[in-house]
Design a protein around this ligand. Structure first.
Ligand code: NAI
Length: 243
């Protein structure tokens, strides 16, 4: 049990990679607060997975909702040991065709959302003198990606914030890291054309897309005591897409 007696918040926990992480963390003994704006799916998960899971219907891009959720998690489970900033969206278009609305929406959720959740959770971790913060970047944030001006900007920003927070919070006993997944088989990539997915698979050394569990395992490692001397790191989990 690598997360025994730990309390974790997993944003975007009702779908894709986040849901795989909820199940993985539970298996390792954690109590998990599933934070998602998909109320129907979130409530179903909480009902299916039992008393060590609580669902909070929250849009991470709304600061007041986030602050309220953090207080509710502390009231429900007593503390917060782990924050996984996993919620994210895509609204793809090439630079010239990208609308201001699509640009802003992705910034609000993928960037502001990570900032709001981390800023709201950090005081609790500082007070207890320990904590693990893991945020989900992307290979798009590391290398850029065709049609993803907005998304790549937010995922690169996560790397900058991760390193900044690692510097600020290290002395408080808090580890801050990012995971940069490659193309992973979830509802998010189902929106991509099959031809593009085939190409992405073709350029990985391992010749396959990632599974949600591959990314959940990386979250688990960084959340566990085994990663206690790792901070400010960006762990690429991408099947060797570029080296
Ligand atoms: P997904 O679309 O399958 O699931 C995302 C979950 O986040 C959904 O349950 C959704 O309801 C929730 N969500 C979205 N916006 C939210 C908001 N404002 N507030 C609360 N919940 C919200 O996506 P997937 O693939 O599981 O992605 C998880 C993370 O991994 C994202 O940050 C994504 O950018 C990142 N990622 C995914 C890759 C992939 O190939 N699937 C590759 C690289 C990074």
């Amino acid at each position: 049990m690598r997360l025994e007696n730990k309390v974790a918040i997993i944003t975007g926990g009702a779908g894709g990679i986040g849901y795989a992480a909820v199940k993985r963390f539970l298996k390792e003994g954690a109590k998990v607060a599933v934070v998602d704006y998909d109320k129907e799916q979130g409530e179903k998960i909480a009902a299916d997975l039992g008393e060590n899971v609580a669902f909070f219907a929250v849009d991470v891009s709304k600061l007041t909702e986030v602050k309220q959720m953090v207080e509710q998690v502390v009231a429900h489970f007593g503390k917060i040991d782990i924050l996984v900033n996993n919620a994210g969206i895509t609204r793809d278009a090439t630079l010239v065709k990208m609308s201001e609305e699509d640009f802003e929406k992705v910034i609000q959720i993928n960037l502001n959302g990570v900032y709001y959740c981390t800023q709201s959770v950090a005081p609790h971790m500082i007070a207890q003198g320990s904590g693990k913060i893991i945020s989900t970047s992307s290979v798009s944030g590391v290398y850029g990606n065709f049609g993803q001006t907005n998304y790549a900007a937010t995922k690169a920003a996560i790397i900058g914030m991760t390193k900044t927070w690692a510097k600020e919070l290290g002395r408080k006993g808090i580890n801050v890291n990012a995971v940069a997944p490659g193309f992973t088989a979830t509802p998010m990539v189902e929106k991509m054309p099959e031809k593009v997915l085939q190409q992405m698979q073709g350029i990985t050394s391992l010749q396959r897309l990632g599974k949600p569990e591959d990314i959940a395992n990386a979250y688990l490692f960084l959340a566990s005591d085994e990663a206690s001397y790792i901070t400010g790191h960006v762990l690429q989990v991408d099947g060797g897409i570029m080296m």
